[in-house]
Design a protein around this ligand. Sequence first.
Ligand SMILES: N[C@@H](CCC(=O)N[C@@H](CS)C(=O)NCC(=O)O)C(=O)O
Length: 288
Amino acid sequence: MADEYTPPNVWTWDKASGGQFSNINRPIAGATHDKDLPVGKHPFQLYSLGTPNGVKVTIMLEELLAAGHKGAEYDAWLINIGEGDQFGSGFVEINPNSKIPALVDRSGDKPIRVFESGAILVHLAEKFGAFLPAETAARAETLSWLFWQMGSAPFLGGGFGHFFAYAPAKFEYPINRYAMEVKRQLDVLDRQLAAHEFVAGSDYTIADMAIFPWYGGLVKGWAYDAAEFLAVHEYKNVLRWADQLYAREPVKRGRMVNRATGEPSGQLRERHDASDFETRTQDKIAAE
Ligand SMILES: N[C@@H](CCC(=O)N[C@@H](CS)C(=O)NCC(=O)O)C(=O)O
């Protein structure tokens, strides 16, 4: 057990509370500094980072382009959340919640800002009539799983991931609590994928794109070094589905965009043209 904590009457901000993200976490919203966002030549301007929430959107954009939706061309700008870029005035204007990903749709008369990865996926799916079935029951099933992901992943990332990988020390109580919940969520998915090819049924949808970077990443061993601890080999249907998605080229490309950590060959820190994937050389990586 961790030492007991007696909460004071009024919580106060202890800047030195520790943990990997203590330097960026704040109890107040709003901009910390003036900084305009760059704008590129394409209809969609994405301001993001290659985390699971960011990757949902880059997979969707790459899938749209691969499916022939030329209007989905995009510039992907790097927002370094470790450096506090999410608190720049330009970013806060497009996402008052100061979290990646955020998108500006400049394809119409007036720019439209969209924040929250789920809202971005729905915006793009509706705009291009793709990866969100039009038929009422299939649409409801897809949106149910999409919102399941939006509600569930904070237990995986903010709960389990934080206490297992990032907290200043390992505490049994929160790790137990969140490991139990994450294993329950994996079992929910595993049972659904035992009966269906994709999460929402027989179609590949934005629900798969939202869930893959989190739960697919977990069973593939990409997240928190927790595959053994969570015995992810038990979730055979999730593994089958994760491998199936990872075999898709747009998924591989989406995982590279705005990635700023890991193997240099897996990183495309900014993407401004489809040819960026092909023309990326070791020299360019070194210069970035
Ligand atoms: N519900 C949001 C969550 C976004 C989110 O948590 N983004 C993280 C990176 S994965 C972030 O920007 N963190 C920066 C911070 O908390 O200051 C979404 O799905 O878009």
